[in-house]
Every structure is written in C-alpha cells, then in structure tokens.
Design a protein around this ligand. Structure first.
Ligand code: NDP
Length: 273
C-alpha cells in the first residue's frame, strides 16, 4: 500500500539512480501524441517503461515502432477522447487487459483558451457555450480521468497520478487574457492536492506546472506576445518540451514514493518573482 512502511523495504537496497528507473512499470499518458506529452512518453520509455500512449486526432501510428526499437519497450497507441468518460473507461480497461496493470497515469491532454477577455463576446449564449466547452476540455476531462484511474489504483492498491497544471494556476499570466485558462489550471492543482489526501492509502497524486513551453498550443500565438513573455521570464526564453519531462519521470518513479500532493513548477523562474 502507498502509505505502508513495508513499501519502503525494497527501496533500501537501491540507489536513487536505480529508483528512477521505470523498468517493469506500465505508464499511461494522455495527450501523448504531441508537445509535452510526447516528450513524457519518450522519457518514460527511455527509463524502461511500457507506455500506453493516448492520442485523439493526431496520427501516431508510425511513431511507436521506432520508439520501441530504440528502448526495447512495448509501447502501444490508444485512441481516446478524454472529454468522454465512457471513452476513458473503455481505454483504461483495454490497457489493463493488455498489460495487466497501470502504475502511472498522466492526465496531460489539454487545450488553450481560444476566447478573448470574458466581456468581448456580446452574445451571452455564445459566451456561455465557449466557457462550458473549454472547462469541459481542461477541467471535466481531468475529473473523468481521475474517476476512471482512481478505481484501478484502488483495486490494485498502488498507483501514481500526475496532472499537468500550469504556472497560470499560480499567477495571472500577465500578457494574455486568460481568466478561464488560469482558473482551470488553479482548479486542477487544488484538485490534485485534495485527491492526494483522499487517496493516500493507495496512490500518489501530484501536478507538474509548466511555464511557457514551445508546442503547438503556444505556436500560433502572435510574435509580440511571445516577445513580451520572454522579457517577463527570468530565464528569458520558452522551454523545450523535453525540459519538462524530467519532472514527470521523477514523479512516476520510486524515487518519489514519499511525494504526494506536490506541485512541481518548471517555468524558468516566472512564478518566483
Ligand atoms: P499540444 O497542443 O502540443 O498537445 C495537446 C495534446 O492534448 C495533444 O496530444 C492532443 O491530442 C491532446 N488532446 C486535446 N484534446 C483532447 C481530447 N479531447 N481527447 C484526447 N486528447 C486530447 O499542447 P501542450 O503539449 O503544450 O500541452 C499539454 C498540456 O500542458 C496541456 O494540459 C496544457 O494546458 C499544459 N500546458 C502547456 C503549456 C505550454 O506553454 N505549452 C504551459 C502550461 C501548461 P491529439 O493531437 O491526438 O488530438
């Protein structure tokens, strides 16, 4: 059990470097087809894990063969819409049937807030629909994922859930009009902390909060906005998705058996000032 002192016994004979290995673990990563999630998949496989890679609209059929050949793993692709709890349930059941267990679940899939400031849209009905759709994608999907994987972790008696938050969940992301996105990410960070306590007997729950990362989520933003961001970030640049992956690897591994309810911020110093 996650909080049983007997779980620490096998740790005593291993170095921390050995504990960072994911050999023998089965990890599931939503939003694994692109951006941050794709780097998390690569990091987990490089550490020896078999990864169930969730995709939705991006074709990843050609990617997993080379990944498995490179790392000697058995990673498989699973099509899933994380906004549909039935789709999540079906996918997770299939993974358990394929691999026999799930050690780690990364709820990473997400979208950017496409609206402007909350007063810009003049039609209330349109504004309400935009709002509901966005929260469904970035908040409801995390809750649905937690319900589905929580049942598996409880039954198994172990598991690690990692949710992708954002620096925007801690501070107002100044250059952008993002009340909805900031609030959604604050929600998932606090949600993860609460789950960590509710699930303390059988699973760990943590968040990783990226700063500004170069992915397709930020790629279409205007150049002026990116330039402003770079002047506000103490390190003066955006992150490569790979610079996030180590935080997920740590939380997935047995080096983190005492880490739950934590939020690891990886933002080039943005929230430190
Ligand atoms: P990308 O746009 O590069 O990738 C988004 C991923 O989410 C894709 O793999 C996509 O799958 C998946 N996805 C979207 N909607 C669904 C859905 N309904 N069902 C299943 N999968 C879906 O984004 P990032 O890698 O940048 O973002 C990943 C996470 O990181 C998000 O939660 C985001 O909010 C967060 N984040 C990103 C930051 C950044 O600067 N980039 C900063 C802070 C947080 P597919 O392509 O197959 O449809």
């Amino acid at each position: 059990r996650a909080n049983d002192q007997s779980t620490t016994t096998p740790l005593k004979n291993k170095s921390v470097y050995e504990l960072l290995s994911l050999k023998g673990k089965v990890c599931a990563v939503t939003g694994g087809s692109r951006g941050i999630g794709a780097e998390v998949v690569d990091a987990f496989a490089s550490a020896g894990a078999d990864v169930a890679v969730f995709y939705h609209s991006t074709d990843i059929s050609g990617k997993l063969g080379p990944l498995n050949a490179k790392y000697g793993t058995n990673c498989k692709a699973y099509r899933c819409d994380v906004t549909e709890i039935a789709s999540l349930d079906k996918t997770v059941s299939k993974i358990v049937s394929d691999y026999g267990k799930i050690d780690v679940f990364v709820a990473n899939a997400g979208v950017a807030w496409k609206g402007a400031d909350i007063l810009k849209e003049s039609n209330d009905q349109v504004a309400v629909e935009q709002w509901k759709k966005f929260l469904h994608q970035d908040v409801d999907a995390v809750h649905y994922s937690a319900r589905v994987i929580g049942r598996v972790f409880k039954e198994q008696g172990f598991g690690s859930m990692i949710i992708t938050g954002s620096m925007s969940g801690a501070v107002v992301n100044v250059p952008q009009l993002q009340a909805a996105y900031n609030a959604a990410k604050a929600f998932v960070i606090q949600y993860a902390k609460s789950l960590a306590i509710e699930w303390v007997g059988f699973a760990r729950v943590n968040t990783v909060s990226p700063g500004y990362v170069s992915t397709s989520l930020t790629g279409s933003l205007p150049k002026e906005l990116k330039d402003t961001w770079n002047t506000l970030i103490p390190m003066g640049r955006s992150a490569l998705p790979k610079e996030l992956a180590g935080a997920y690897l740590y939380l997935a591994s047995d080096a983190a058996t005492y880490t739950t309810g934590s939020n690891i911020t990886v933002d080039g110093g943005y929230t430190a000032i």
